[in-house]
Design a protein around this ligand. Structure first.
Ligand code: HBI
Length: 364
């Protein structure tokens, strides 16, 4: 039941607007939103989700029509705020404004300017779960302004992600939470490695492929093929790498395939806010080999649940791959149960919301 809240909350979750939930275009946010809904529901709170038309959800869902938002990580630091005609993001927040009186709290999952800008115009408090590190000046400015006016309303996934923002110290670090019953522990792996994520430049797939080519260890790749040119270049650059693209799988099938792998490689070129896939792998007993960069570096316990590698060091990856058998696969599973279960995340969320609601005296 509730720990740090007096009573059950009615919570409206507003999705990312770069893709329908279930399309994979929303990346980690899709799973995060679903897990957060589950974590809160298990604590007795009432959940409703607002998301682009075509979304799939396991909770009451309101689908909103409109044009999807362009992805922020392709913009430059000085990019102006982009809003397409008939933006689904704008339409989602018109709906939220109309129904806000039926809820105690709104949670925003979009890494976009509009929900932050609208915060002062709402009667109900809005909790913003920021899903990436600092990308553009305009987003940094509007998040900073929101925190200044409404302290405690911005949550992030990791210290490393918070540290990319000038206001990082005022962000609530939440980690993440997963339904671990969906992830089967696999004690005996098959002789291949895994890479999971959107196939896009910031994810650094080429480094993992380079390591596969050197070690000649087969590497299976799962995820949304977001950037076809990027993928073609990698294949041309590493023609003898034993890699196969396995497509995008929803969680149940992904964990089944991922669990059999010897290790997961995480070689992001940006500050990965958290790296949900690291937890998903660990939950199956799969050790993680990751650059010492961003969220994954706070998840992987070096030498215990995987190996942390000097960022951008291919030779470091090769060395870590050679030592992967030193990691006890059951320790990997145990770590996720201790820190990244739905119950653990639910507690962290309730503490965040209690702090947010206790001081959110809305200006008249
Ligand atoms: N870009 N503009 C925009 N808005 C988002 O919500 C967004 C994004 N790019 C990527 C993304 N969300 C998610 O894939 C990551 O936050 C995980």
């Amino acid at each position: 039941m509730m720990s740090s809240l007096e009573r059950p909350l009615r919570v409206l979750l507003l999705s990312t607007s770069v893709g329908a939930l279930g399309s994979g275009l929303g990346g980690g946010v899709e799973l995060t939103l679903h897990n957060l809904a589950q974590a809160l529901s298990l604590k007795g709170h009432t959940i409703k989700i607002v998301a682009p038309a075509g979304s799939i959800a396991h909770f009451p869902l309101v689908e909103i029509e409109g044009t999807l938002q362009p992805t922020a990580q392709n913009e430059g630091r000085t990019a102006a705020i982009a809003m397409p005609a008939n933006a689904v993001l704008a339409n989602m927040w018109v709906y939220a404004h109309q129904v806000q009186a039926q809820y105690d709290l709104l949670v925003n999952f979009a890494y976009d300017w509009l929900p932050f800008y609208l915060t002062p115009f709402f009667d109900r408090p809005i909790a913003h779960l920021v899903s990436m590190g600092s990308l553009t000046d305009a987003m940094d400015a509007i998040i900073a302004q929101t925190i200044a006016q409404f302290p405690n309303t911005v949550g992030v996934h990791s210290q490393a992600q918070a540290a990319t923002f000038s206001f990082g110290a005022e962000c609530r670090v939440l980690g993440n939470g997963f339904d671990l019953s969906l992830y089967q522990f696999c004690p005996q792996p098959k002789p291949y490695l895994a890479w999971v994520g959107r196939l896009a430049p910031e994810k650094g797939l080429e480094d993992s492929v380079a390591a596969a080519q050197i070690t000649q260890k087969p590497l299976k790749i799962w995820g949304v093929l977001q950037d076809h040119t990027y993928w073609q270049h990698i294949q041309q650059q590493y023609p003898t790498a034993p890699v196969t693209y396995e497509g995008f799988l929803p969680t149940e099938q992904l964990q089944n395939a991922l669990g059999k792998c010897q290790a997961l490689l995480m070689t992001p070129h940006w500050v990965e806010a958290f790296g949900n896939v690291a937890i998903e792998a660990l939950a199956c007993g799969v050790p993680v080999i990751a650059y010492r960069r961003g969220g994954p570096a706070e998840v992987v316990q070096n030498g215990k649940t995987g190996w942390l590698v000097e960022p951008d060091s291919i030779s470091g990856l090769v060395d870590a791959i050679a030592r992967i058998d030193q990691i006890n696969r059951y320790t990997c599973r145990q770590q996720t149960e201790a820190t990244y279960s739905l119950a653990a995340m639910g507690d962290r969320l309730e503490q965040w919301f209690a702090a947010l609601l206790s001081q959110s005296v809305r200006p008249a």
